[in-house]
Design a binder for this molecule. Structure first.
Ligand code: COA
Length: 330
């Protein structure tokens, strides 16, 4: 059932590394081609952070932009939630490093691990914090340096991923109808090993042997992930629309996770949303996991395709498996 929004998006910010890596660049070191990558994925290039370009730098730049657009200072933040699977270090959280860089000294700061739908999960967490009444101004981020967990010798994954960061400020809804209308978050941990990193956790710590076996990098069963993504994103769209009490025809802009153009097209088709209403920028950035939706939202805003008051649908799927969708009156 539809309800009045509790939390609303106030400002968006993004940052990407300056280094562009094209499909032709990759084909110099991998047995692949621009044609294969474009046909199977729609990706033409991606951003890859240099060794000295940290996630803290990217998230700080994205956050400053989001705060400026929200007309807010870092000192006014009550919470910072960073969705990432690639923090700069295992401890403390990426959110704490970001908090220090921003000087957001009043905020509670923590990370969530939800892989590609991380931004959608973070928005749901922010909505819950705001609903509790104890938090007003919440900064959320979807931010990744996937290049650090990508096996650059594995052509079946290396061509897919990229780096980037996106931030948004959420505040209590003001009663003008704008804000999050529904959130649907879901997971199925039984399917974890279709997309995962074998080594580096407590049960399989890094050793010379498993590093030699490249166990510190992502492994993926591409075809199974593809099928599961199409099924789960379709289900999430249906459920988020139902919970918001709106129809797919009412959606003015659809912003799906940018993993693969074919997955995006199949999801749009499932929901009966014409491609003219779908934001696509996978060709520029590849799959940036949790950063992909904010990067697409920011580009849509820049291009004048996303305006205040528009009804939008966000959906994503990723490792876990995790998936989710949200309907927002922007
Ligand atoms: N360049 C050239 N050939 C490649 C290649 C590459 N980068 N990667 C794989 N291939 C080859 C395979 O080795 C295989 O060759 P074979 O038939 O001789 O065995 C052939 O291409 C087909 O491989 P397959 O895996 O069946 O291709 P596909 O059509 O399923 O496309 C993906 C592969 C990875 C693009 C696709 O499965 C996909 O997008 N999956 C979802 C990935 C994803 O989005 N993950 C993140 C979710 S958040």
């Amino acid at each position: 059932m539809s309800r009045a929004p509790i939390a609303a998006f106030r400002g968006l910010g993004v940052a990407v590394p300056s280094q562009v890596v094209t499909n032709d660049d990759l084909s110099k070191s991998l047995d692949t081609s621009d044609q294969w990558i474009v046909e199977r994925t729609g990706i033409r290039e991606r951003r890859v952070a240099r060794a000295d370009e940290s996630l803290t730098q990217l998230t700080t730049e994205a956050s400053r932009m989001a705060l400026a657009r929200a007309g807010m200072s870092a000192a006014e933040l009550d919470a910072i939630v960073v969705a990432t699977v690639t923090p700069d270090r295992r401890m403390p959280s990426q959110a704490c490093d970001l908090q220090a860089a921003l000087g957001a000294n009043r905020a509670a700061a923590f990370d969530i691990i939800a892989a590609c739908p991380g931004f959608v999960f973070a928005a749901g967490v922010a909505e819950g914090l705001i609903a509790s009444g104890s938090y007003k101004n919440v900064l959320i981020l979807g931010a990744e340096r996937l290049s650090t967990i990508t096996d650059w010798q594995d052509r079946s994954t290396a061509v897919l991923f990229g780096d980037g960061a996106g931030a948004a400020v959420l505040t209590p809804a003001t009663g003008d109808g704008r804000g999050i209308l529904s959130t649907y978050l879901k997971s199925d941990g039984r399917l974890a090993e279709l997309l995962y990193i074998p080594a580096g956790g407590g049960m399989n710590p890094l050793t010379a042997e498993n590093v030699n076996d490249r166990g510190q990098y992502m492994k993926m069963a591409g075809r199974e992930v593809f099928k599961a993504a199409v099924r789960a994103m379709g289900e999430a769209c249906d459920e988020a629309l139902r919970r918001a009490g709106v129809t797919a025809e009412e959606i003015e802009l659809f912003v799906p996770h940018q993993a693969n153009l074919r997955i995006i097209e199949a999801t749009a088709k499932h929901s009966n949303i014409p491609m003219s209403k779908v934001m696509v920028n996978v060709e520029r950035y590849g799959n940036t996991s949790a950063a992909s939706i904010p990067l697409a939202l920011a580009q849509a805003e820049e291009e004048g395709r996303l305006k205040p008051g528009m009804l939008i649908l966000l959906v994503a799927f990723g490792a876990g498996f995790t998936w989710g969708a949200t309907v927002v009156r922007w």
